[in-house]
Ligand binder design. Structure first.
Ligand SMILES: [Zn+2]
Length: 95
């Protein structure tokens, strides 16, 4: 998997997000933030990064509680779709 994720110095999730999971900040092809960010479960990040040889990165991400992912990776991982599913569930719950 051509996974790239890294940690910038100037993005720090709030305590609530850190408690809930790992924040993902999305960047476009030009490395500029797309202004999309998600909080995912720790297990999700572990599953994604465990397969890569980058154990050091996983440790850093878990410690910092956030990572940056290019848009093509978030799409490949289905994060955009997961959000759509969650929204649907939320709407059904409101009925
Ligand atoms: Zn937050």
């Amino acid at each position: 998997m051509p996974l790239e994720a890294w940690i910038p110095g100037d993005f720090d999730p709030c305590d609530t997000c850190k408690e809930q999971g790992i924040a993902i900040l999305e960047v476009g092809a030009d490395d500029k933030p797309t202004r999309k960010a998600w909080v995912v479960r720790e297990e999700f990040i572990k599953n994604v990064l465990d397969g890569s040889s980058n154990k050091e990165l996983l440790d850093k991400v878990l410690k910092k509680r956030m990572c940056v992912m290019p848009e093509d990776v978030t799409k490949m991982l289905g994060i955009h779709d997961m959000v759509a599913e969650n929204k649907q569930e939320a709407q059904e719950g409101e009925k």
